[in-house]
Ligand binder design. Structure first.
Ligand code: AHR
Length: 520
């Protein structure tokens, strides 16, 4: 006997059976295969780099309070609380002095006796007066204090080849020369051996509004004279790269710059929805959040597209793709100088950091360096300061949890993610990357961007693992954040919802969470 239902009844029955089926589907754990391979690339620690520009209160007030400060404990003017926090991140490299500022910066203004240094106007960022009290020595000594390699961005837009060649000689040459002698007079005997050098910044925009053809020629000229003064530490020259999806920029540079003159090519991509109306860093809806996550996840497509072009000219992958500016960019906080790019940092930003770092890890063959913008008080900062007060943002905690991947061998992962659907967006809810370190420990980082739906994962991890432990970063609301009143509202907690059973690991991932698991 067959039963026929009509009209509304039929629609109701269909809808409820669809709901029932999707509940059943949601109850199914997501199967994830880990595929360890000796030939998988090593995740370069430099993917976990940071960026410090003379912008707003990143340098002045953020890193540096000056040698005379009595309010904040410091070492040669650099805040001790910042030094201690950054050591925990294991920052591999720090980019300085910009950004747009780099193409207005004349490094000779920032060395020698501080009282004699000229002042300039920071024309890009708020029109404030820059007294050059934080200069080359201050920055390079700071890098030594936090154990980071410096990444200096040279001035191509308003500088000269001679000026940049002199900077290389000043910081890297051990013998007798006008520049190395001047360095010694200024109190530093031994060169710093700076390896990473940016040849301009955003040459397509604030760095000079150049065409890629023109910049490629400029690059060749600058790169020729950036001599390797220190033979033990070959310098690594990074060409100013594309703005997000500008594939032609990468194509022209790869075509016109001989490979032996280039070690890295940059890419900048900010998770911005609308440059004229970026939205608040604190007040947003789930629909807004979904759009933010879409532009964040675009990093995957961008890396694939730019890498494809690089593969054409450099099939052996000698040249690194250096994502030396990435992160979320919102409207400035109300009441702050709009040129200071100051924003808060919520659980949403932890999601941005977690999925982006997973994308970088999974593309470790080509992405070998990256810099989150920016370290303190600017854009997606890891630290916020207010005079003597300091707080660590959710993004700080993600960077700290993920540092276990630095220099570990990538373990490729395979799975189909369920969707997170809001408003007009339908995105992969789950993002994963994994690696095995030199001591044989496996680390798996998982992000669930869905703010309401938890997910159950079943991971095939292979034989021989005996214990699992982990930490999780989450909070009740996407808008939750750390403030000077409540600086530890969001911080990593021990994660207890992972079970090991032979070759299988079962993990219950709560909504809006970043977790890092360790298997031994
Ligand atoms: O990070 C802020 C600015 O964004 C940088 O100065 C510039 O390079 C980019 O446009």
């Amino acid at each position: 006997m067959s039963i026929f239902f009509k009209g509304e009844t039929r629609r109701l029955l269909l809808a409820s059976s669809f709901l029932f089926a999707s509940c059943l589907l949601q109850a199914q754990p997501i199967a994830i295969q880990l595929k360890p391979s000796e030939t998988a690339p090593v995740i370069n620690k430099h993917i976990y780099g940071h960026f410090a520009e003379h912008l707003g209160t990143c340098i002045y007030g953020g890193f540096y309070v000056g040698e005379k400060s009595t309010l904040v404990p410091h070492t040669a003017g650099v805040r001790n609380d910042v030094i201690n926090a950054l050591k925990k991140l294991k920052i591999p490299n720090l980019r300085w002095p910009g950004g747009c500022f780099a193409d207005t910066y004349h490094w000779k203004d920032g060395v020698g006796p501080k009282e004699k240094r000229p002042t300039i106007v920071n024309q890009w960022w708020g029109g404030v007066t820059e007294d050059n009290s934080f200069g080359t020595h201050d920055f390079l000594n700071l890098c030594e204090a936090i154990g980071a390699e410096p990444y200096l961005a040279g001035n191509v837009g308003s500088g000269t080849v001679q000026e940049l060649a002199d900077w290389v000689q000043y910081v890297n040459f051990g013998g007798i020369s006008p520049m190395s002698n001047w360095r010694k007079e200024n109190g530093r005997e031994k060169p710093w051996a700076v390896r990473y050098w940016g040849v301009g910044n955003e040459a397509w925009g604030c760095g000079g509004n150049m065409t890629p053809e023109y910049y490629a020629n400029e690059y060749r000229k600058y790169a020729t004279f950036m001599a390797d003064w220190n033979n033990t530490n070959k310098i690594f020259r990074i060409a100013s790269g594309a703005n997000s999806g500008d594939l032609n920029w990468t194509e022209v540079l790869m075509k016109n710059i001989p490979l032996h003159m280039l070690e890295g090519i940059a890419l900048h991509h900010y998770a911005v929805v609308n440059w004229d109306k970026k939205g608040s860093s604190l007040v947003f809806t789930e629909d807004d959040y979904a759009v933010n996550m879409r532009v964040t996840l675009k990093m995957e497509e961008l890396i694939q597209q730019h890498s494809k072009i690089m593969d054409k000219y450099d099939p052996q992958k000698k040249i690194a793709l250096v994502v030396d500016e990435w992160g979320a960019w919102y409207d400035p906080l109300p009441g702050t100088n709009p040129g200071f790019l100051q924003q808060q940092n919520t659980l949403r930003d932890a999601m941005v950091a977690g999925v982006t770092l997973n994308i970088f890890n999974n593309h470790a063959d080509r992405v070998r360096m990256a810099n989150l913008a920016q370290t303190i008080n600017v854009l997606q900062a890891v630290i916020l300061t207010d005079k003597e007060k300091i707080l660590l943002t959710p993004t700080f905690h993600v960077m700290e949890m993920y540092n276990v991947h630095q220099d570990a061998r990538l373990i490729p992962v395979q799975f189909n993610s369920p969707k997170f659907t809001r408003g007009t967006e339908s995105l992969d809810a789950i993002s994963v990357s994994a690696s095995v370190d030199k001591n044989g420990k496996t680390h798996i980082s998982v992000v669930n961007i869905d703010p309401t739906q938890k997910h159950s994962l079943q991971l095939e991890i292979g034989a021989g693992k005996k214990t699992v432990s982990g930490r999780i970063l989450t909070s009740a609301r996407l808008q939750d954040h750390n403030s000077f009143e409540q600086p530890e509202k969001i911080k990593p907690q021990l994660f207890k919802d992972a079970r090991l059973n032979g070759n299988q690991l079962t993990v219950q991932v709560p909504p809006a969470a970043v977790l890092v698991l360790e298997l031994q």
